[in-house]
Design a protein around this ligand. Structure first.
Ligand SMILES: [Zn+2]
Length: 124
């Protein structure tokens, strides 16, 4: 990550979100849950500090997160869970990829998310 992007504190645990692969903000941006225009006004937090989203990451590099209660993925519709796991895991892998690249932020999102952002930008 660039120097200027370091030092953001998690609004859940208060710890430093030092790496892009820990960033819930960038994960949401990459998978299209966060509008690029709100990226700079949205509070940062760790991916693991938002378990409802984090539980959908299925990757050897990400310690599995379990949610207790109504949002536990084991209680949710199987097709929805598969869809979310595919998307959020791709997002996490994209963050790992980005960490090793020197990309402008606008190129961070997954290809279909980038295409959607571009379509919406043209409509304005
Ligand atoms: Zn945290």
């Amino acid at each position: 990550m660039a120097k200027c992007e370091e030092g953001y504190l998690c609004n859940v645990c208060g710890g430093d979100v030092g790496e892009i692969v820990e960033s819930d903000l960038y994960l949401r941006f990459v998978i299209g849950l966060l509008d690029p225009e709100t990226l700079h006004t949205t509070r940062e937090r760790h991916i693991r500090c938002d378990p409802v989203l984090a539980q959908f990451i299925v990757d050897a590099d990400f310690p599995a997160v379990v949610v207790e209660g109504d949002f536990d993925k084991r209680r949710l519709d199987a097709a929805y869970v598969r869809e979310q796991e595919t998307l959020v895991t791709r997002g996490f892998r994209r963050l790992k990829e980005i960490a090793g690249l020197d990309l402008p932020i606008i190129d961070y999102p997954l290809p279909e998310v980038r295409a959607k952002i571009e379509r919406e930008a043209r409509r304005r």
